[in-house]
Write a protein that binds this ligand. Structure first.
Ligand code: NDP
Length: 347
C-alpha cells in the first residue's frame, strides 16, 4: 500500500525558529502482510504540540523525550481506526490512540502500543482525544488539582497565560468550575480575548501584544492573584508573579516563550522574580502530566462529562491534510491557533 508520511528534513538549531521546510513529505510503501501482534491503522487526526520543539533538537534536554532523527518519520499524538489486525486486543473498526503515532496516512503499528478509546466519551468527536479529553485536558485538570490549591469559597483569582491555547482554554474553565471567583486570561490577539470572555466565560482577557499587561492585570485582578497557570514563562510570567498574593501558587506547566532558545528547562528566573516568590511564600513546583498516569482514567471521565454537559466548551483550529503538518506545527508555535491545533488526515 502506498502511503504519505512526514520526515524531519532539517533541524532549526537550538536557538532557531522552526519553519515548515524543517519537514518533508514523502511517499512510502507499507508491507502487504501484517506480522503477529501488528495492526494496520488509518490515521484520522494528528496533534502538534509545543514539546515537539525539543524533539527537533539533536539533544532534547529531557530524558523522557527522544530526538526526531533526520529523514526519519516524525511521530506524536494521534488517533485513528484499525483497518486490519493480527493483535488479539485490537479489532477492525476499533478507535485507538498513541503518543507515538507516526505522521503517516496509514501505518503498521504494534497493537500493544495502542490505547483503545470509547468514542462515546467524546460523542463521536474523535479529535477531542488529542485535546480536551486527551493530554491537554489532562494537563489542565491535573495541573490545577495537583499544584493549584484551588479551594471553593476562598475567593481566589486565577490568571492563565497562553490562555487561548489547548491547555490554557481548558484550564481557565476548570479554574472557574473548581471555585475561583475571577479567571483572567493572557493571550496574543483580540479574537482570542473575545473568545475567552464571550465563549468560555473568562472574567477578563488581556492581549499581551497590544496592552500593558501589568496595568490591565491590576485593573482586572483587584484583589491580587492567588493562582497562576503558567504556560509561557519569560516577561509575562515575571509581570504576573509580581502581582501575586502571599501564599499564592504557580502551576509551572510550560514556558513556550523560551522554547526557541538554548536554555535549560525550566529556564532560570530573574533575581527579582525569585525574590518575589520567596518573600511572598509562593509555591512554584514543576508540573509534568506524565507523572500522574494513575489518575488518568478518572480525570478523562471527569473531562468528558464536563464537555458533554457543555460546562466546558472546546475550541479547535483544524487544518486538513498531512502535507500541512509542518506548517500547522510552526503556526501553533507562533500563536496561529485558537484552542487545540488539530490536523485532520482522513475522514
Ligand atoms: P497551545 O495550544 O497553547 O499553543 C501554543 C500557544 O503559545 C500559541 O497559540 C501562542 O498563543 C502561545 N505562545 C507562543 N509563543 C509565545 C510567546 N513568546 N509568549 C507568549 N505566548 C506564546 O499549546 P498547548 O496548550 O499544547 O501547550 C501550552 C503549554 O503547556 C506549553 O508551554 C506546553 O509546553 C505546556 N504543556 C505542558 C505539559 C506538562 O505536562 N507540563 C503537557 C502539555 C503541554 P498566543 O497567541 O497567546 O501567543
Amino acid at each position: 500500500m502506498q502511503v504519505q508520511r512526514v520526515v524531519l528534513n532539517s533541524r532549526p538549531g537550538k536557538d532557531g525558529t522552526p519553519v515548515p521546510e524543517n519537514f518533508r513529505l514523502e511517499e512510502t510503501t507499507l508491507a502487504p502482510e501484517l506480522k503477529d501482534g501488528e495492526v494496520l491503522v488509518r490515521t484520522l487526526y494528528l496533534s502538534v504540540d509545543p514539546y515537539m520543539r525539543c524533539r527537533m533538537n539533536e539533544d532534547t534536554g529531557a530524558e523522557y523525550l527522544t530526538p526526531w532523527q533526520l529523514s526519519e518519520c516524525v511521530d506524536g499524538g494521534g488517533v485513528g481506526v484499525v483497518e486490519s489486525s493480527r493483535c488479539p486486543t485490537c479489532a477492525e473498526g476499533d478507535v485507538v490512540t498513541s503518543f507515538n503515532w507516526p505522521w503517516q496516512t496509514h501505518a503498521v503499528m504494534a497493537g500493544s502500543g495502542l490505547q483503545k478509546v470509547d468514542s462515546q466519551l467524546v460523542d463521536g468527536h474523535l479529535s477531542y482525544f488529542l485535546g480536551a479529553v486527551g493530554i491537554t485536558g489532562l494537563t489542565a485538570l491535573l495541573g490545577i488539582r495537583e499544584k493549584g490549591y484551588v479551594t471553593k469559597g476562598a475567593n481566589q483569582t486565577m490568571v492563565i497565560s497562553g490562555a487561548a491555547g489547548a491547555c490554557g482554554s481548558i484550564a481557565g474553565q476548570i479554574g472557574r468550575l473548581d471555585g475561583c471567583v475571577r479567571v483572567v486570561g493572557i493571550c496574543g490577539s483580540e479574537d482570542k480575548c473575545k473568545a475567552l470572555v464571550e465563549d468560555l466565560g473568562f472574567s477578563a482577557a488581556i492581549n499581551y501584544r497590544q496592552e500593558d499587561v501589568a496595568a490591565r492585570l491590576k485593573e482586572s485582578c483587584p484583589a491580587g492573584i492567588d493562582v497562576y497557570f503558567d504556560n509561557v514563562g519569560g516577561a509575562i510570567s515575571d509581570t504576573v508573579i509580581a502581582q501575586m498574593n502571599n501564599g499564592g501558587h504557580v502551576i509551572l506547566c510550560g514556558q513556550i516563550s523560551q522554547y526557541n532558545k538554548d536554555v535549560p528547562y525550566p529556564p532560570p528566573l530573574s533575581e527579582e522574580t525569585q525574590e518575589n516568590l520567596q518573600s511572598k511564600n509562593i509555591t512554584r513546583e514543576r508540573f509534568m502530566v506524565l507523572n500522574y498516569m494513575s489518575k488518568v482514567d478518572a480525570a478523562l471521565f471527569e473531562l468528558s462529562q464536563w464537555v458533554k454537559s457543555a460546562q466546558i466548551k472546546v475550541l479547535e483550529t483544524v487544518v486538513n491534510g498531512i502535507e500541512n503538518m509542518g506548517a500547522a506545527f510552526c503556526s501553533m508555535m507562533k500563536g496561529g491557533n485558537i484552542g487545540k491545533q488539530i490536523i485532520k488526515i482522513s475522514a
